[in-house]
Design a protein around this ligand. Sequence first.
Ligand SMILES: O=P(O)(O)OC[C@H]1O[C@](O)(CO)[C@@H](O)[C@@H]1O
Length: 368
Amino acid sequence: MSWEAGRLDDPRWLEEGDPSGMLRAVASSAAQIRTSYRAAREAGVSSLARDGRPRAVVVAGMGGSGIAGDVLAAVCGHGAPLPIVTVRSYRLPGWVGATDLVIAVSCSGSSEETLAAATEAVRRGCRLLAVGGPGSALEAIARQAGAPFVPVTSGGQPRAGVWALSVPLLAAAAELGLLRVDEETFETVAGRLEEIANRCRPASESFINPGKSLAMELAETIPMVWGSSPLAAVAAHRWACQLNENGKYPAIWGEIPEAGHNQVVTFDGPLAERDIFADEAGRSLRLFVLRDTEEHPQVAKRREASVRLAHDRNVPVTEIAAEGTHPLERLASLIELGDYASTYLALGYGIDPTPVSAITELKTRISQ
Ligand SMILES: O=P(O)(O)OC[C@H]1O[C@](O)(CO)[C@@H](O)[C@@H]1O
């Protein structure tokens, strides 16, 4: 498993090194948005508005499905008229009850944590929406409860279907008046994602391909990824998860201002000081700053000062700016680049980005 940047511009390697087609899956983001919006409407998410606004929205999901809850909260923003909470475990918080809407998201429809939370939601009499694999245990729970179910047929890894899994939540929230997105918004976002996919396509060479050049900057570093707003922090979290699952790579994520109260101190630590990769020049720690166009003025100040601080200590920094105006477009642009970068990172190391055998083994071990 050694890093070879040349692999990224070798078309045969990009084909053979990615047998399950993770690059193709990332390129399908725009199509996921269009298909999933139609599926959400056909599944009747508009019926959720009949009972009025819930007291809170609780999204239950794990990994690439759980992130849909963070996407929802980020796009609704800090002006959201009710709490939007993501639960990544077996139990719903004690306060969740009949006046709340629980949205259970599972691509396979079989993650045990999500099934447990959905079952608990039914038991407590909560309103329920389920999103996930057709014919699954999750669909059965939703049907039995008379709740709407949006089928998602991504076929690939859950993390590769992030937009198929997130759009039904956004469509439901729009019906409840929690945010403004319509077909035109989704189309604009899909167009943005197509444009990024074109820039990051395998045939586009490293020096003009942002996905490949980011992978080159990530390689042989310990990446620390910060978001400069709550929205950009969701992208930072997604970057870290994608680096973990696609790249089999460690990553640290944080949000400004919080990162300025702890993670910033690592600029003075051992990994900023020396190279832990024996035969490479340079430092190990690298800061990636995901910049939102809407930042709190104090956060913008803190971001600029943090970048200067890193430069003063010779910690390399990469800054990536969100594109577009609508929050969903800005978030999607940051996420898409991270999805490409983590996939190219895996391919540059000669690793198949798709399988997650350690997760499979973990599940086998706990089932015994
Ligand atoms: O969407 P699902 O099928 O519930 O899976 C959730 C998460 O669990 C995994 O499948 C691994 O257990 C992840 O890859 C995924 O992100």
